[in-house]
Design a protein. Sequence first.
Length: 506
Amino acid sequence: MAIKHSLEADTEYVQNKKTVTEFSSSNSIASCENTKDEYKNSITNTEVQQSEYTESINPNSDFNTKNANTLQDSIQDTKKDEITLEKNIDSIEVPNKVESIPLPNTTAVSVPSIQKNNTNTSQLTGYEFFNSILKSSKLFLAPMVDQSELAWRILSRKYGAQVCFTPMFHAKMFSNKENRGYFNEMWQTNEQDRPLIVQFCANDPEHFLEAAKLVEDHADAVDINLGCPQHIAKRGKYGAFLMDEWDLIYKIVNTASKNLKIPVTAKIRVYKDLDKTIEYAKMLERAGAKILTVHGRLAEQKGHKTGLVDWSKIKAIKESVNIPVISNGGILYREDVLSCLKETKADGVMVAETSLYNPIIFDNSLSADESIPPSNNSCVNGLVKNFDIANEYLDIIKGGVETKISYVRSHLFKIFKPSLPNYPDLRSELAASKSIEDFSNVVDKLKLAMQPEIESSKFDPYNIEIDEFGYKIIPHWYCQPSIRKEYNKVTSSGDKPLGRNVVNAE
Ligand SMILES: Cc1cc2nc3c(=O)[nH]c(=O)nc-3n(C[C@H](O)[C@H](O)[C@H](O)COP(=O)(O)O)c2cc1C
């Protein structure tokens, strides 16, 4: 079973690798703490590999362009970018003063038309901020490079995500006054996109502050990514590779919290040592962080060592600080949300990977009451058919939310992951799709192909069988979490027997 699973994952990885090379503009400079080979591949192909980045910002390659002026601007930007990126990215000069940076138009949404924040919330305590601005929300969509883009946030909010994070942006590039290409390409929001927390990676207090200044009028908080464990973060020295640099982290958070009009939050991983983990959290609180999101894995828990999440460490942090704590990691089914809140006593739960495979993960998750009607008629007991959700996502984009083709392809590969092995031709067609219309056609074909099996199925969504590891056995046409049973041997305290990757087996 485990071998089959990993073979499937590999096939998808190869498929996506091909996609990245042939069509994609996986342009984010950034990387993160994702555990998937596919994602790892995408980030490895992006950050400092300038030629690929240059290719990726070629507007002809991958934009779903609807606006001729924007395209023209992008072409100009691209030319400038190509020149600039001939140099080493680290040599890009970023001016010290940030006050005068104008807020440029975005490619997707005209930010200046959005009402600006008119109150200063930076001096609120963590709980004042959490209760008044975030409305005591419990369900958080995680920051996900290339995946928590505006269209996905709209879909996630529809199905219950109460607070959304942007993907991680590279603070230095985001605030580069000489070259607005990265900013214009990355920054997307609209009136409905609130509460919103914008995440950056940074290893310099000024860069973080400069980037944050650009979004403080249009977001509820800015977050520093201290959890990214990928090789690329090592090279850029950010994310989890700052975990030994407490003075620097303190300065980054403190400088921003004193100079912004919105709060600063931080997303962290845990250490093996519990006392150190708690001291770390307290240091961030002292520095001025108003919320801590704690991913209950170690920095080295990635790739094939991803393993189990340690909820007990999240609970210990929650008991030790006076700011809200959001628990992150290991949510597979919507009932896990309640278990997580109960076990960690956290103020909220953040979901990343599972939300990409099953965006309705939050739907009705705070209630065990099945009599509460689902937010969409096509949802039954936490299940939704993959082609229905794919069409909803595509409809959001067709409605005018500009979204990069590479993001769309990546989302559809995840949504259809359990089904695609059954339809190799349609899988290839999905990989080769270059427009929203192409994607819609493939989704229609997949839906048609699945109909006979769906109609003859005896599956009862109210009586789901469980396999020997504790995972639900769900037909492939329903959105469902991606499960790596072979990874579940590792916890933050050492090897453990196989088990569901929801709670630490300790
Ligand atoms: C596709 C993908 C992209 C990610 N990008 C980011 C990111 O931009 N910033 C970040 O802090 N974490 C990022 N992560 C890590 C998640 O936010 C989260 O901490 C981690 O996946 C554990 O949560 P989960 O078990 O719900 O997936 C990413 C994860 C995935 C799957």
